[in-house]
Design a binder for this molecule. Structure first.
Ligand SMILES: Cc1cc2nc3c(=O)[nH]c(=O)nc-3n(C[C@H](O)[C@H](O)[C@H](O)COP(=O)(O)OP(=O)(O)OC[C@H]3O[C@@H](n4cnc5c(N)ncnc54)[C@H](O)[C@@H]3O)c2cc1C
Length: 433
């Protein structure tokens, strides 16, 4: 009897798992369940869809043919309960599904604040394509928008709304943007760029309430007593793993679904992958969350192989994000930050908790206008880097940090004040090719 596979979640983790299962097991039926009517698409791409840089159709990496080639049985619906002892999963229409191996790849969803007015229809978030469509529809009619939150998503929303609304206000609880990943100079570059683009940044401003007029958003009130008139409010204060199904079924859950290095949950036949999984990291000695596209894909790959009988251990790659912050292309790699960001209640999207697991490291920096490089220099290796603007060093840094290459020959030069970091690293990386 072939193994019956079931995957909840049709994001990149679920799809990568389906590919890995099919590569290892040509016969086992795979049921792929998703409550998102738009199926599989690029979530990081939503930012570019909002700014109008890419068309809606470009968000979808697969055509029908690719799904058919894997022989997937796709079901549109929400999984609402799970009985691990019986190997059964129920969908919202009460239809039970029997599985031999199950993957929970349910992703994460935006944390909603509980404030007066926060349930108005013009108070929006950005989790999925339906949210992006709603945001565009509202923004086209809005004069003024307020964005609240931190991390990449808040900034992407600011940039997207700026294309459509006359005025965009950005509220920051503290003094600067994304303070647990970026340092002061990096945050300053981002904020200066936003201000130059006409975004009104309000530091030390916290949302207290949203005022309505005839059932529609009319203004926000801040804890500092300011009233900002607006037609829509976008909130990006972090995300939380969608772990309810696992929790109710009695699986081990902390902030996300706890899994070992094989991506197995506390039940031997149930796996978890992607944003929902809190994966044990041997380097940090604890289980951490990642909200990165590449991490979700490699989780899915490992989980899929193991569901089909493999014994693969997930080796977390050095967390990496190459993204755009206020138009400045930025590579964030390795361990780079510290503390917590007052603008975020949950982890930001495009973030990794490993970024804040900084061991012993010294900082070396170089800056020319919007081009900026910050290195976290460990005893024998680079442990992290933030590269803004000119990206020629992005790949060499990914290699030096990802492969933990010994930098002893240039370490003291890197730590010399005013050292030409970029040229030192370029030459060194070429030498260790
Ligand atoms: C706007 C935005 C910008 C981002 N920017 C970046 C970036 O710059 N860099 C980066 O690396 N990452 C970025 N990310 C994060 C990245 O997209 C995620 O880490 C990745 O998509 C996670 O994949 P996943 O498969 O774990 O979850 P998801 O892609 O969230 O998929 C989970 C799926 O499960 C479905 N589901 C959940 N619960 C149920 C249920 N009970 N029943 C049925 N279906 C269910 C959901 O509808 C969804 O389709 C961004 C994300 C967003 C939204």
């Amino acid at each position: 009897m072939p193994t019956r596979y079931c995957i909840v979640g049709q994001g990149v983790a679920g799809i990568a798992a389906a590919q890995a299962i099919r590569a290892a097991d040509a016969a086992g039926p795979i049921t792929l369940i998703s409550d998102d009517p738009h199926g599989y698409y690029s979530r990081p791409g939503l930012a570019y869809y909002l700014t109008g840089e890419i068309q809606r159709g470009h968000l979808f990496p697969w055509r029908e043919q690719e799904f058919q080639q894997l022989g997937l049985h796709r079901v549109l619906g929400r999984a609402i309960s799970l009985n691990p002892a019986e190997h059964r999963l129920w969908l919202a229409n009460n239809v039970p599904l029997v599985y031999d191996r199950l993957l929970l790849a349910t992703g994460a969803s935006a944390v909603r604040p509980t404030l007066p007015g926060s349930d108005l229809p013009q108070v929006i978030k950005l989790d999925n394509l339906a949210d992006a469509d709603q945001m565009l529809a509202l923004a086209r009619r809005a004069q003024s928008a307020v964005v609240v939150g931190g991390g990449i998503t808040a900034l992407e929303i600011v940039e997207g709304l700026r294309q459509h609304c006359r005025r965009v206000h950005y509220l920051l609880r503290g003094q600067r943007y994304w303070s647990n990943v970026l340092d002061e100079a990096e945050a300053r570059l981002v904020m200066q760029r936003l201000a130059a683009e006409g975004v009104r940044i309000h530091t030390h401003s916290e949302l207290a309430a949203i005022e309505a007029k005839r059932g529609r958003v009319a203004a926000v009130l801040t804890t500092a007593g300011q009233r900002i008139a607006c037609d829509l409010v976008a909130i990006a204060i972090g995300v939380a793993p969608r772990a309810e199904l696992a929790q109710a079924a009695g699986l081990a859950v902390a902030r996300g679904i706890l899994v070992d290095e094989t991506l197995r949950t506390s039940d031997p036949d149930i796996f978890a992958a992607g944003d929902v999984a809190q994966v044990f990291d041997p380097r940090a000695g604890k289980a951490l969350l990642d909200t990165l596209w590449n991490s979700a894909r490699s989780h899915g790959h490992t989980a899929g192989q193991n569901m089909a009988g493999g014994a693969l251990r997930y080796v977390k790659p050095m967390p990496l994000n190459v993204t755009r912050l206020a138009g400045i292309t930025t590579t964030i790699i390795g361990a780079v930050g510290a503390g917590r960001d007052a603008d975020l209640i949950g982890i930001a999207r495009g973030d990794s908790e490993l970024w804040r697991e900084l061991g012993q490291a010294l900082v070396a920096e170089e800056e020319h206008e919007v081009n900026r490089l910050r290195l976290l220099v460990g005893l024998t290796t680079l442990v992290g880097a933030v590269l803004m603007g000119d990206q020629r060093l992005s790949r060499p840094l990914q290699r030096l940090i990802g492969e933990q290459i010994d930098i002893t020959p240039i370490r003291s030069q890197l730590l010399t004040p005013d050292a030409p970091l970029a040229s030192l690293l370029t030459r060194f990386a070429e030498g260790v090719r």
